[in-house]
Design a protein around this ligand. Structure first.
Ligand code: PEP
Length: 268
């Protein structure tokens, strides 16, 4: 049995005070709930305060970061190293989110090209970040997913398979079984448009079969695969009830106590 993991990606939202208020609200709302793992990924600036709030209230909710850099230290202005995250109590880190990946193809296909092209993480960068996270003792949540242009061109499966294979390269089989993947179709992120549950399950199942071919059946049975893309309280139960969907990566709906707590509960 894989335990569901529902992660809130707060993106570039919440000052420290707002972050602490949201965290305290969630601690109260989810007190005593044991049906799924919950994870908060605030911006770097709020990690210390959110971590301290969770710790001081003895909460089981985990702390994660939204990204990390691939060096341990040095002259990298503005970057955050893996050890700086574990120092603050992070046990997870998102890598390869579509808002950080770069696709150096036709810009017309992209939902919001000015944002999606900004950071330019390649498959190789995502793989390096995943390894760095593991070396620092964190679990990477590795995002993959197709753009609307790729879906319309019938390339969903090839794009997703290639991203999953590249992300896992050089990681040992037992470790792969402990990882988290997040299927995030780019066209469903922040758009209100959700991938329908059977299709999301199909792609997550495809990713699981890729894991089986790369790392064996035990790894495929162990790895948790989340769905992300406009998950809301009213669609969470159907998505999270699918065979291959082991939780959710939630953006917009993770910014309010009621909606995020309802999604966590739907994952039981
Ligand atoms: C995300 O940021 O990973 C995400 C899925 O966002 P949203 O839930 O807002 O679509």
């Amino acid at each position: 049995m894989r335990r569901p993991l529902v992660a809130g990606n707060w993106k570039m939202n919440k000052t420290t005070g707002d972050a602490v208020a949201l965290t305290s609200g969630l601690i109260t709302e989810l007190a005593g709930f044991t049906g799924a793992d919950a994870l908060l990924c605030p911006p770097f600036t709020a990690l210390a305060a959110v971590g301290e709030t969770l710790r001081s209230q003895g909460s089981a909710i985990a702390l994660g970061a939204q990204d990390l850099f691939i060096q341990d230290s040095g002259a990298f202005t503005g970057m955050v190293a893996p050890g700086m995250l574990t120092d603050l109590g992070c046990t997870y880190v998102i890598v390869g989110h579509s808002e950080r990946r770069g696709r150096f193809g036709t810009i017309e296909d992209w939902m919001t090209p000015e944002v999606l092209a900004l950071f330019g993480d390649s498959d190789a960068t995502v793989n390096a970040k995943a390894k760095k996270a593991l070396a620092a003792g964190m679990t990477p949540i590795i995002c993959f997913g197709e753009t609307i242009g790729e879906r319309k061109a019938g390339q969903t499966d090839t794009v997703c398979e290639a991203q999953v294979r590249a992300a896992l390269a050089g990681i040992d089989n037992a470790t792969i079984g402990q990882l988290v993947l997040a299927y995030e179709p780019v066209w469903a992120i922040g758009t209100g448009e959700t991938c329908d549950a059977p299709e999301a399950n199909r792609v997550c199942g495809l990713a699981r079969s890729v894991v089986a071919s790369v790392a064996g059946q035990a790894a495929a049975d162990g790895i948790r695969i989340q769905y992300g893309g406009s998950v809301k309280p009213d669609n969470a139960a159907e998505l999270l009830g699918q065979e291959h969907i082991d939780g959710a990566l939630v953006g917009g709906a993770s910014l309010k106590v009621d909606s995020f707590a309802a999604i966590v509960r739907a994952a039981r």
